[in-house]
Design a protein. Structure first.
Length: 173
């Protein structure tokens, strides 16, 4: 039997609930033991989806939200756009998020989303932040050609600082 194909497409308003479910399930799976468990347990799909729906379509089009479908079901989500911190080069992009439903991990969905984000990015470089102790994610980005550039900063989760490191990839030339 043939393996189902992953289809990458722009996110729609109708995808907001599923994207929020994937994001929250992704956080709880990927960050278990890296962030305080009460913080992870307190994440709400309903609240996240409400915020996502309220913001959907309000931007200037520079933020790109993509979903990955497998067998007609949204199984992953990625978002990128202008870099949010002034410390990067003008015109840099940032990968804000990439999450795959834990039930679909290991099927190439994350790689497909990352490749599509890079392909659709008009900027010369893409940066991202990843938890310093999230070894699987760091390996994933390194295999895709990203490398740590030495920048670090804490992310606060439930009052606890969780260190993040910045990764970068040159997209042109």
């Amino acid at each position: 039997m043939d393996e189902p194909r992953t289809r990458i497409r722009p996110m729609t308003l109708a995808d907001c609930d599923r994207v929020s479910e994937i994001r929250i399930r992704g956080w709880r799976h990927a960050y278990r033991g890296l962030m305080p468990q009460p913080y992870l347990d307190g994440l709400s799909v309903t609240a996240d989806a409400g915020r996502r729906r309220a913001r959907f379509g309000q931007g200037d089009g520079r933020v790109v939200n993509l979903v990955a479908e497998r067998d007609g079901e949204v199984a992953g989500w990625a978002a990128h756009g202008p870099y949010r911190d002034g410390a990067a080069e003008p015109g840099d992009a940032e990968l804000y998020a990439i999450y795959v439903d834990p039930a679909h991990l290991g099927r190439g969905i994350g790689r497909a989303l990352l490749a599509a984000s890079v392909e659709r990015c008009p900027c010369p470089r893409m940066l991202l932040w990843v938890l310093k102790d999230n070894t699987p994610a760091r390996r994933f980005y390194e295999r895709a050609g990203f490398h740590a550039d030495g920048a670090e900063e804490p992310f606060e989760a439930g009052g606890v600082p969780v260190p993040e490191v910045r990764y970068v990839k040159n997209l042109r030339g």
